[in-house]
Design a protein around this ligand. Structure first.
Ligand SMILES: Cc1cc2nc3c(=O)[nH]c(=O)nc-3n(C[C@H](O)[C@H](O)[C@H](O)COP(=O)(O)O)c2cc1C
Length: 199
């Protein structure tokens, strides 16, 4: 399988980077290919320009062509980012805006009443999201709910035709010790084995 991994975190020493490295190693050890994009490292431009909304592949902006080809060739997509204000960091939001383009990721078709509804077009059928945050589950549930679950499952992956979805939220990162983090990384290895088993 080909697996696309998108990482959105500015600090190379972050736990998010450890999550990404763990995914890459485990998936490759299992005999699959990884397309990896560290958005900050490649200084991904998150601003949607005039030609980015094109449905014509030739008109897709030069700087996202490699993202586009990786996306359409992937069987699985893994998104890794911290919770920032209950949302993905702006650089990840820009990746969504610019790379998940109409007629590639989705299209609108008419239902029997003539109303538009979205049809997902992505080849990938597995969508995994790994998040980190500093809020306990109790407080999150009571005060803020969990916008990231809805954004990634309903608004992005299901919308684009990715039927299998799973998200893990690792918290509270700021209070975690080395042993806790190693346990989380072991959990991620098992998650990779379950979706991308030894070929
Ligand atoms: C701009 C910004 C906004 C943040 N917003 C939230 C938030 O809404 N909820 C939360 O639990 N943590 C929030 N955090 C904390 C991050 O989620 C936390 O630092 C990160 O998940 C820790 O992972 P890391 O060690 O890989 O950086 C925020 C951090 C930043 C920098």
């Amino acid at each position: 399988m080909n697996v696309l991994i998108i990482l959105g975190h500015p600090d190379n020493n972050s736990f998010n980077h450890a999550l990404a490295e763990t995914c890459i190693t485990q998936i490759q050890n299992n005999g699959h290919s990884v397309y990896f994009h560290d958005l900050y490292k490649e200084q991904f431009n998150p601003l949607l320009g005039e030609c980015n909304n094109s449905t014509n592949e030739l008109e897709i902006a030069e700087d996202i062509k490699n993202h586009y080809f990786d996306l359409i060739n992937s069987d699985g997509i893994i998104i890794i980012h911290p919770n920032w204000w209950g949302q993905p960091p702006a650089i990840v939001k820009g990746w969504i805006d610019r790379v998940l383009i109409p007629d590639v990721a989705y299209q609108f078709v008419k239902d029997e009443r003539g109303e538009d509804f979205p049809k997902g077009l992505l080849k990938a059928k597995i969508g995994l999201v790994l998040n980190t945050s500093n809020t306990s589950k109790d407080i999150e549930d009571k005060l803020y709910k969990d916008p990231l679950e809805t954004i990634w499952e309903k608004r992005i992956f299901n919308f684009c035709g990715v039927s299998q979805f799973e998200r893990r939220n690792f918290r509270v990162v700021k209070d975690s010790n080395m042993s806790q983090r190693l346990n989380w990384l072991a959990e991620v290895r098992l998650l990779m084995d379950s979706y991308f088993p030894k070929a």
